[in-house]
Design a protein around this ligand. Structure first.
Ligand code: ADP
Ligand code: MG
Length: 765
């Protein structure tokens, strides 16, 4: 047994690896024989594994790993390491395999996917973005071919036909967003054949912590075209002149803004003496709030960029621009007014699904990531997943230095730039991680001033992200990157130039610098993990200042420290405070996650009721039967005049329309309810209880209401030129739909933060 395997056998709280490690020698014993087989015999050996059911018994598991290893050696010229096979076995058991960056998770994931596929399961390999979905599917294709497993991928611009085709493959690679959007679109079809996604079976989630934890609470939204909403330019101009603190206040998290009494007076005056709180006209206050939100909380280049005359959201967790993403309508319009750009197409939310609900649809789930233990509790609580900590193939020799703390941002930057200059002298490549686009650009400016040339990797050039990051390990390279931009792409020392590698290794490998600690230690770990892969030398060092948001927002009174001449704070107590602030931030994020989960649970229960009913209408004769029962006479007349089939089809379309319309309206009601409760019950009662108290009874009449409206529409239905045209009774589908991910859910996140705080502080009962 390899020493590296023995090292970490008994990690507390993690899956016991012994049952897997025990098999490693048996797997190796099979190797010589398998080499004797020709390719088609090897494929045969793989296919034979399909003669039994999941789970794999010991001998079959040994065969799978041995055949998989030989196939990878032939197809990819990479013989899977023992530790990768441990990863494969953990994935097959439905665990999250923690494997460091560069350990070869793509290959491990592919072998596990093939293992499931050979036993007749359909596998979705969930990626963090389109680029990786396509790259990994194509990269692993020769391996799948040799194992007799079909593979496909989906990208944002895939057509419905291409999607359907990809989903028929044994293994389908797709970004979590695309999977979610397909599920949402499928829920709106009026013809069974229009659906693209097969019933969920197995999900293997790459970068599992990003997807399952960081993005879990992010709703994926399907919207339909409606009347365009125009932002109030006058309002935007009025709030532009308001002064922070005097006219409005922003909460510590920057998620909520409120007018002060002075602010209310100023706005009322600017609007020509209106009463913002008048009962007669309740339309003004929401407009003021939207404009204020756009003005005070959403910063250009942090939350969005303006490109080609359009406002585009930045995906905050990755600092990348996402296509087709927008805020809820009013807010999008308000930001457009603020930036004085043209009004974009708007719509209404037809339905949404959180990443968490999406993944929980799969009866069996597994995942892989470099950083899982730190969120082990959440993976267990929200997904019933256990973490298997897979040791690295070679010992990690990266040196992680202690955080350097400075009094001011200025001093921190000076120290950082000096350090970068010093390291750069030695020729070592340097990767600097920042939190957002604005920070990247500021820092890049400072580096350039200091004569240090650097490449900036952020949302503004995301198309080139992968190729840039791939070269970040070359001699003398300085790369500034937003949080986790270019994830999933390897930073090889020396880049694509193998000759350069020795020089870079000699110099000490990649030096990773953090421009501030992230809101969780796990994110720090992801940045660190960029260096020291596969036993490479490397270093990591974080710089923090007392001005950093993390400290300002999460540390209690922070004065009274002493600094050295350059502003550094070296006192242990203050350094411990940095860790403390990070833990507070982590706790807050967890509470937010929990609360979204609680809200969505109720919504999901209601949605499932609707979907179950919808399925019976779509695939059966439920709609027709109801209409025939409720409007027997008219139904009989129409059947007489036309035929059963055409009447049944009209009944189905009408019923589906009223179900979907009803659900869209109910969704809007729930969204408003959440917001309203937040305002009404501020600090007095548990908003979640209130939400349930109101949402449950309203839903009681949902199905009956939809049925009644369907009957009414059916009443009005007339035969025109021997056909039933349902559009004459108002049955219209949105002319177009689009999808987006609500990364910064403005209103509800204010609510979530509020709920989080309420729950988090026992003193407020
Ligand atoms: P991860 O996703 O774990 O960060 P990747 O799957 O991107 O890592 O793989 C990192 C690099 O390691 C890739 O260049 C890949 O080709 C290489 N690699 C993976 N497995 C092996 C192996 N068994 N032998 C040699 N190279 C490997
Ligand atoms: Mg990867």
């Amino acid at each position: 047994m390899a020493e590296s395997v023995r090292r970490l056998l008994g990690k507390p709280g993690a899956v016991d690896l012994r049952p897997y490690t025990k098999l490693l020698s048996a797997i190796e014993d099979r190797e010589a024989d398998l080499r004797e087989l020709d390719d088609s015999e090897l494929t045969e050996a793989a296919i034979e594994l399909g003669n039994a059911e999941l789970p794999y018994e010991r001998d079959d598991l040994v065969s799978l790993c041995a055949v998989g290893r030989e196939a990878a050696r032939r197809a990819l010229d990479e013989r899977p390491f023992d530790v990768q096979l441990l990863g494969v076995m953990s994935l097959l058991d439905g665990h999250v395999a923690e494997m460091a960056t560069g350990e070869g998770k793509t290959l491990a994931g592919a072998l596990a996917a093939a293992g499931f596929a050979l036993r007749g399961r359909r596998v979705h390999l969930v990626s963090v973005n389109d680029y990786l979905a396509k790259r990994d599917a194509e990269w692993m294709r020769p391996l799948y071919d040799l194992l007799g497993v079909t593979v496909g991928w989906i990208n944002e611009d895939s057509t419905p036909a291409e999607r359907r085709e990809a989903y028929t493959c044994d293994v389908t690679y797709a970004a979590v967003t695309e999977l979610g959007f397909d599920v949402l679109r499928d829920r709106m079809v009026t013809d069974v054949d229009d659906r693209v996604v097969p019933p969920p079976s197995i999900a293997i989630v790459d970068e599992a912590d990003s997807v399952l934890v960081d993005e879990a609470r992010v709703p994926l939204v399907l919207a339909g075209a409606a009347e365009s909403q125009v932002g109030d330019v006058e309002m935007a101009d009025i709030v532009r002149h308001l002064r922070p603190r005097l006219h409005y206040t922003v909460d510590a998290e920057g998620r909520n803004v409120q007018l002060t009494d002075d602010g209310i007076d100023a706005v009322e005056k600017a609007l020509g003496g209106v009463d913002l709180y008048s009962e007669d006209d309740t339309s003004i206050l929401p407009q003021v709030n939207l404009a204020l939100h756009a003005h005070a909380l959403l910063q250009r280049d942090v939350h969005y960029v303006v490109r080609d005359g359009e406002v585009r959201l930045i995906n905050e967790s990755r600092g990348r621009i996402a296509l087709l993403q927008r805020w809820p309508d009013g807010l999008q319009a308000a930001v457009e007014a603020k930036e004085k750009v043209e009004v974009s197409e708007t719509g209404e939310v037809l339905d949404s699904i959180t990443v968490q609900s999406l993944i929980l649809r799969y009866p069996k789930r597994a995942g892989m990531t470099g950083t899982a233990m730190a969120v082990a509790e959440q993976l267990r609580e929200f997904y019933e997943l256990e973490v298997a900590v897979i040791p690295s193939n070679k010992p990690n020799v990266r040196e992680d230095h202690g955080t350097r703390l400075y009094a001011t941002r200025e001093e921190k930057e000076d120290a950082l730039v000096a350090k970068v200059a010093e390291i750069h002298e030695t020729g070592r490549p340097i990767l600097i991680g920042t939190q957002d686009v604005a920070e990247s650009e500021l820092l890049a400016g400072r580096l350039t001033e200091a004569g240090l040339e650097c490449v900036v990797l952020n949302a503004k050039n995301d198309a080139d992200e992968a190729s840039i990051i791939a070269e970040a390990g070359t001699h003398g390279a300085v790369t500034v990157s937003t949080q986790m931009a270019g994830r999933g792409t390897d930073i090889r020392l020396g880049g694509s130039d193998m000759a350069d590698r020795d020089r870079v290794v000699e110099a000490g490998g990649l030096f990773v610098v953090g421009y501030g600690r992230y809101p969780s230690s796990r994110l720090d770990g992801q940045l660190r993990g960029r260096a020291g892969r596969q036993g490479d030398p490397g270093d990591s060092l974080f710089f923090v200042s007392m001005d950093d948001d993390l400290i300002v927002n999460n540390a209690p009174e922070s004065t009274g420290y002493t600094t050295s001449a350059d502003g550094e704070i070296t006192d242990e107590g203050w350094l411990a405070m940095v860790d403390h602030a990070q833990r507070v931030a982590e706790g807050q994020l967890l509470e937010v996650h929990r609360n979204t989960w609680r809200y969505n649970q109720l919504i999901d229960v209601q949605r499932d009721v609707v979907l179950e009913h919808r399925e019976m209408v779509l695939t059966g004769d439920q709609g027709d039967r109801h209409v025939a029962a409720d409007r027997a006479e008219r139904h009989a007349e129409l059947v007489e005049e036309l035929d059963e089939e055409r009447v049944a089809r009209a009944a189905r379309l009408i019923t589906l329309f009223h179900l979907d319309r009803g659900w869209t309206d109910h969704n809007a009601f729930l969204a408003e309810l959440r917001e309203g409760i937040y305002l009404r019950y501020l600090g007095r009662r548990d908003p979640l209880d209130e939400f349930n108290r109101e949402a449950v009874p309203v839903f009681k009449g949902f199905l009956d209401g939809a049925r009644r409206r369907a009957a009414e529409s059916f009443d009005e239905l007339e035969v025109v030129d021997g056909e039933l045209d349902v559009s004459t009774v108002g049955v219209k589908r949105p002319s177009m739909t689009w999808t987006y991910m609500v990364h910064d859910q403005p209103f509800s996140s204010a609510l979530e933060t509020f709920v989080g705080r309420l729950k988090g502080s026992p003193s407020r009962s």
